[in-house]
Design a protein around this ligand. Sequence first.
Ligand code: EPU
Length: 336
Amino acid sequence: MNLQENYNLQKKNTFGLRLFAKYFCEVFSITELKKVLEQFKGEKILLLGSGSNILFTKNFDGLVLQFNQKGIYKIEEDRDSVLLEVFAGELWDDFVSYCVGNNFYGVENLSLIPGTVGAAPIQNIGAYGQEVKDTFFALNGIYLTDSSEKTFIKHDCNFGYRTTIFKNELKNKFIITSVLFRLQKNFELNTHYGSIEQELKSIGKKNPTLADIRNIVIKIRNDKLPDPKVLGNSGSFFKNPEIEKNHYAKLKAGFPSLKGFPTSEDTIKIPAGWLIEQCGWKGKRTGNVGVHEHQALVLVNYGKADGNEVLQLSQKIKEDVYQKFEIQLEEEVNIV
Ligand code: EPU
């Protein structure tokens, strides 16, 4: 256990914002976790993964807590699949790399996503046609109020697009300690996402391997998304909105280049990046903050921003998108 006072969170959030927590504690086992929860009973607690999906707008007047136990364990294996238990502190991409290295299929399109395994199910991370929920089996964790342990099976998690029960009803009430995934052992790749298909074509690969897909995803991400170590950011700042079919038809008439992906009979998901780009924000900088030049969904800190500058920029973008398209963008990042 590692408890510190008046702790600078700059290295603990990928926006690179300099803010302080009254207390910070990193724990490496469930026993330690229970001890800290007992010690800070009744106090404000903020659970932090690797800080890659959070915007701090002020100092935190309580305990910032990180559960960093690592480890990947084989629980079950048969001819077709393997069930792995992965502790929450494992880095997500280390887990993906382990799966690809062992020829386990199902998370390769999620290569290079920043963050920890414990944080991955909270917002059902997704990319290039795969989501955590596709391989998720169950998770274990502890309630903050009374340290009781609970297992959630997939059905109990309310998985949706970038959402689950842990981002809503259980937000800051339950700490995930390990996640169980079922991976496939037989060849099954998902290469339908536009940019993966294009990349496969351009390098002339007709029969890609698991490792090829990982490498392609890493290349696409590196081309489009800024490295938080170089330029502070937290990936997509907004979710892609879903709108009614009628609304989509009206917009499409005025903006023929608008793309849409049906999500139900009546709803269409549209790329927020496109909306923001159409409002002229892509690549724009104001003061210490800006919109990334290759992906308009990503807001960046040029080094000296404080959280409120990022928040103000996001609000201006939301206003402009609403004015032009009558669409209310919703944040994907957690604002604290
Ligand atoms: N687009 C633009 N301008 C932009 C960005 C995107 O016009 O600046 C349009 C393009 O037409 C493109 C479409 O948006 O065809 C989709 O773009 P992209 O494939 O880059 O994906 P996205 O919808 O912008 C989502 C996720 C990303 C994930 C990618 C790839 C959300 C909020 N974001 O972005 O996730 O990597 O798909 O699957 O769903 C993250 O959540 O932090 C994240 C990076």
